[in-house]
Design a binder for this molecule. Sequence first.
Ligand code: FE2
Length: 188
Amino acid sequence: MTTVLSAPDTSELRRLSDLTPELALREAASFLAHLVGDPAFLEAHIIPLLEDAIGAEDWYVAHHYESQEGSYSLQIFVWPPGSETKIHDHTSWGAYYCTVGSVLEERYERLDDGCRLDHARLKKVWQLSWSTDDGASTVLPYDEGIHRVSNPGEEVAVSVHLYGPRRGRLDGRDYDPSRNYVCDRMEA
Ligand SMILES: [Fe+2]
């Protein structure tokens, strides 16, 4: 079940939403590093999730905290072993920090020019494993942050994500490279 986090330092988060995506990501990464380095935050919001995650098969957002005006969204993801997202992008900048276990991120770039409806050709450009010691991974909006996140390991992973303001009404897009397909995604 998704629950709403008690308020973190919202003045800091609001300030991020006024910056360019590139600058905001730098600040977001250090905001997340500070947050996941706080023992009180870990004890209150992360450790209890590990028991709840037993038996879960798919990934889920366990907590989220959103600003009323939509300028940011702070979310805690739980990744049971074997779970993975679709290949997707976001309509906002985003940064995440794996704070328990590790997740695998595959990153893609788009080879077509986007002019054909529902069509996208992707090429995988890198994959990296992220754990607490690796810092934050970041994505820019749309084609500059096409990725898949998964947990190929044997243990539950938990990550903390911070997203900036959405550009437009969509949450992002989902891709299926097996048939060169892309579609809009309305909700996370
Ligand atoms: Fe994502």
